[in-house]
Design a protein around this ligand. Structure first.
Ligand code: DWN
Length: 409
């Protein structure tokens, strides 16, 4: 829906970067479906009141999250460890009641984080709209409801199970256009001293690294401490802590509670100061970002075209949602990238959204390695380069595009 208004403040958005028509980030498809493929105008806007950066148009949530959702969180070992650490930090925190604590996670996907609470015997509930990934969570012993979260779902949970000590989410809050509905649901669900702890890709990192591939249909918001504080202040809540994370190329964990219940960590003021220095509150910053995005596109296209002219074979590594933005914005198709290797069985044998590059198994990458591989999962670079040493030992080279386009020597 496009009203041209900020989903948080209701004020007019200032248009910043226009990416043109884009397909769904996870809309992997068969050749039979090419002709009916869905596209939407992808453009971001900035609200000078709430300081929230957001998609101006977003496809309906049901188009993106359903019983064939192609992303399973447990594909990265590093992320498995990250969520184990996240869960342990919550379990050790002062926020859980000593007696019978209750933790709710929004968008728990295949249970990658909640399984740690399940193993520790802590009362938990996942709420996950995509049935296929929710089924995996339930099979692993993670109690999961397959629903979109709302105030009325929160009321049902409270009626059946009581209020929660902590409301968790990772890479989920930025996906939900009705963010007011979520915050209202949180207010209903939480005990008066309950906390919200969530993390999402951080706007500061996106601007600093020109990681524009974090912008796609599912990511309706790019959060900063300023925009989160503005939103939750509307509901009598405040940021009490912020903790920067390495995940997804730079994320921020936000901890919020009802005003005055907990002391506010000095990390909040420090981050607010850094955001001002970075200009996250100013429209001029997004104009510079637009110029950097265009430069990045030119450099990637010219590198891939040069390699093609030299007769080199180039493949992609990991058919990420982020790659959908890069490929469609840069207009890169199978003439420049022969195939993309991905470990997700549901994506293999299909074609990438919009540009229709074949997605092949990881075994194919090992058996038929290219001369160059574009690392679309650059956020998992360490883990991937470690396990693909054989590729570089045999002369294969990585191409990365974040924070700048280059071949790794
Ligand atoms: O917010 C979101 C984040 C958390 O995850 C979602 N909207 C969708 C998804 O984004 P993504 O697809 O950009 O996530 P990743 O984790 O960067 O990439 C996952 C994809 O990469 C999967 O298709 C599996 C693939 N992969 C691979 O083929 N080999 C991943 C790794 C680590 C590998 O070694």
């Amino acid at each position: 829906m496009n009203t041209g208004l900020c989903r948080v403040s209701g004020r007019p958005l200032v248009k910043t970067v226009n990416f043109g028509l884009h397909p769904l980030g996870n809309g992997f498809l068969s050749a039979d479906d090419f002709s009916g493929e869905y596209f939407f105008p992808m453009e971001i806007g900035f609200c000078e009141a709430s300081m929230m950066v957001q998609l101006i148009n977003q496809p309906a949530p049901e188009k993106m999250f359903h019983n064939k959702y192609a992303f399973y969180s447990s594909t990265s070992q590093f992320m498995g460890q990250h969520f184990c650490d996240f869960a342990n930090e919550v379990m050790r925190s002062r926020y859980l009641s000593k007696i019978n604590p209750f933790v709710v996670e929004l968008g728990c996907n295949d249970g990658i984080m909640l399984k740690n609470f399940a193993t520790a015997g802590i009362r938990h509930l996942g709420i996950e709209p995509s049935q296929n990934v929710a089924d995996v969570a339930n099979t692993m012993g993670v109690r999961t409801l397959s629903k979109f979260f709302s105030e009325s779902v929160a009321e049902q949970i409270v009626k059946a199970e009581g209020q929660a000590d902590a409301f968790l989410a990772a890479n989920v809050m930025c996906h939900i256009p009705d963010i007011h509905g979520v915050v209202k649901g949180i207010r209903t669900l939480l005990k008066p001293a309950g906390v919200v702890i969530f993390e999402d890709p951080y706007l500061g990192d996106i601007i600093e690294k020109t990681s524009y591939d974090q912008i796609y249909d599912e990511h309706v918001f790019l959060f900063s401490a300023h925009s989160i504080e503005y939103l939750f202040n509307l509901y009598g809540m405040e940021l009490i802590d912020v903790i920067s994370q390495k995940t997804h190329g730079g994320s921020m964990r936000y901890v919020l509670a009802n005003k005055g219940v907990y002391p506010v960590s000095s990390s909040v003021g420090r981050l607010m100061g850094k955001e001002k220095a970075l200009g996250l509150h100013q429209i001029a910053t997004f104009e510079k970002f637009r110029i950097a995005v265009e430069r990045s596109r030119k450099e990637l296209c010219s590198l891939l075209t040069d390699l093609k002219l030299k007769g080199k074979r180039v493949a992609g590594y990991a058919a990420t949602s982020k790659s959908t933005t890069i490929l469609n914005y840069c207009g890169i198709g199978p003439e420049l990238i022969e195939y993309i290797s991905d470990t997700t069985p549901m994506k293999q044998g299909k074609f990438t959204p919009g540009m229709h590059i074949p997605v092949k198994s990881h075994a194919n990458f090992l058996e038929n390695p290219p001369d160059y591989a574009v690392l679309f999962a650059w956020n998992h670079a360490e883990e991937i380069m470690d396990k693909e040493k054989n590729f570089t030992d045999k002369g294969g080279k990585w191409i990365v595009h974040i924070p700048s386009v280059r071949v790794l020597e």
